[in-house]
Design a binder for this molecule. Structure first.
Ligand SMILES: Cc1cc2nc3c(=O)[nH]c(=O)nc-3n(C[C@H](O)[C@H](O)[C@H](O)COP(=O)(O)OP(=O)(O)OC[C@H]3O[C@@H](n4cnc5c(N)ncnc54)[C@H](O)[C@@H]3O)c2cc1C
Length: 455
């Protein structure tokens, strides 16, 4: 019996199931629809089979099966990428979401993490020891995709990008080998995995460096939206002298009650008393409607924004670094946010720098270490009928921002935007990445990503 919509025989899926410890899910299984769903409700793809892996052998068998049947492969880590690249149509979805083991070594200050873990899982495990590393701001984001593309978060200025904290990775390659990538073993691959995304193989686990972080000074200071110009200008100046312990973003958003606001949102991860004196100018600036910055457990900081990014809503984004956060750019941002059609949408201005601007030992494929503000225009809505107006809003906003952009984009914030934008994402690393791709994946088996074509 052929499965609906593709040519895979059920008997072939059963044979694969017998070879693995995990589970093969087909379109006839009850779980199929829930397992193929990911964070972005816009993504509704139907893989021929889903392989729910539990170990490296399962990943090897899934790759072999896909290649033998000439099927496209997608790899699901946390399933958070805006593009929906974790799910394919009519191919093999390698689902790692059951591989979540995390082993913390407090003496070494390292954590071994399997690639189905989310940042919520990771923080929960490492915070038991008062340890953390730079990770995503939303708990349901995957450690895998985020770290392979770079990884920014509240600790980026103090401890570098997530990928800068990668010590070693275990990778299943396109030809079914398991290889280790580190500074000592396959250092070329190790370089590429730190910013080159999922182009080179399926990463089954990573060893990450973790740092002592427990209580932080974090939260947000909120103003009515009419103060947006003053607040963003203040933010721009304030960050010129901010220490690496402080990572701070500015967001234009709407409260659950429907009030348009602007907020500075941040985390100070050093000594709390010192932090209080550093953020005093923030607290005393203007006339906020709420000052919600206080000492909080890091794990609370890491879930502060979850409610704004509900799984299953519909999302469309555009993002890019700005040449400078000029007064004119600020005015454009504010006026376009004013005509946003959905109360769930937001526009965020982010600044990394600090340790995130320093190249770690061995270098990384991640290319954008310059100190430029990053703009993220995030449309978030609920019903299909509103697709067009929300997508058009982002596109129009984006179009008018063109003169202010530096034409560099963080790969993990990139949508399906074509070859030129992919080159903007990999920047100066592109040629070396293409050479690496031809070594590890010459047939472009792993192409459901921000794809690097083999040189
Ligand atoms: C709400 C939200 C908040 C975010 N916040 C942040 C943030 O704070 N900081 C930040 O840096 N980024 C952030 N991002 C962007 C995020 O880094 C990317 O979406 C990232 O790709 C998510 O990784 P994932 O494992 O969840 O995604 P997935 O969709 O599962 O995977 C993303 C890509 O990586 C590939 N991949 C996944 N796992 C593997 C693996 N094990 N081996 C090889 N390839 C793999 C996939 O095939 C796909 O191409 C955010 C995204 C969202 C939607």
């Amino acid at each position: 019996m052929a499965l609906e919509g593709n040519t895979i025989e059920l008997s072939a899926a059963k044979e694969l199931d017998a070879l693995i410890k995990g589970f093969v899910i087909t379109q006839t299984d009850g779980e199929y629809n829930s397992v193929r769903k990911i964070w972005n409700g816009m993504v509704d793809r139907k893989p021929a089979i889903i392989v729910r892996c539990l170990n490296n052998n399962d990943i090897i068998q899934a790759i072999r099966f896909a290649r033998e049947h000439n099927l496209v492969i997608s790899v699901r880590g946390g399933g958070h990428n805006i593009t929906g690249n974790a799910v394919c149509n009519g191919g093999v979805m390698i689902d790692l979401s059951l591989m979540k083991a995390i082993q913390v070594n407090p003496e070494e200050q390292t954590a071994d993490v399997e690639m189905g873990a989310t940042w919520g899982d990771f923080d929960k495990a490492t915070q038991q020891y008062g340890l953390a590393t730079t990770g995503g701001l939303i708990t349901s984001t995957g450690v895998a995709g985020l770290t392979l593309g770079g990884g920014v978060g509240w600790l980026v200025r103090k401890y570098g990008l997530s990928c800068d904290n990668m010590i070693e990775a275990e990778v299943v390659t396109a030809d079914g080998r398991v290889v280790i990538a580190s500074l000592l073993e396959n250092p070329d691959l190790f370089w590429g995995l730190r910013g080159g995304g999922g182009n080179f193989g399926v990463v089954s686990s990573m060893k990450l460096r973790v740092h002592p972080v427990s209580t932080v000074l974090g939260g947000m200071i909120v103003y009515t939206r009419d103060k947006a110009g003053e607040v963003i200008r203040f933010y721009r100046e304030f960050m010129k002298t901010a220490p690496d312990e402080l990572t701070l973003y500015t967001a234009l958003l709407t409260t659950p009650e429907g009030v348009p606001i602007v907020a500075t949102i941040g985390c100070y991860c050093g000594d709390i008393d010192k932090g209080e004196s550093i953020i005093k100018p923030l607290r005393t600036f203007g006339s906020p409607i709420a000052d919600l910055i206080e000492p909080i457990p890091y794990i609370q900081m890491q879930s502060l924004l979850d409610a704004g990014f509900t799984t299953g809503n519909r999302y469309y984004w555009k993002s890019g670094f700005l040449q400078e956060l000029s007064d004119e750019a600020i005015d454009h941002i504010i006026s376009h946010m004013a005509i946003n059609p959905s109360p769930f949408s937001s526009t965020v201005i982010e600044l990394y720098g600090g340790a995130g601007s320093k190249e770690p030992e061995g270098g990384t494929a991640y290319p954008h270490r310059q100190l430029e503000f990053n703009l993220v225009i995030n449309a978030n809505w609920i019903v299909t009928q509103d697709d067009e107006k929300n997508i058009s809003w982002v596109r129009y906003f984006w179009q008018t921002m063109q003169p202010f952009l530096s034409h560099k984009v963080y790969v993990n914030a990139l949508g399906v935007e074509g070859e030129d934008r992919i080159r903007e994402a990999y920047g100066d690393s592109y040629t070396r990445l293409a050479t690496l791709k031809s070594k590890y994946d010459p047939d472009n088996v792993f192409q459901m990503n921000q794809n690097i074509l083999p040189a």
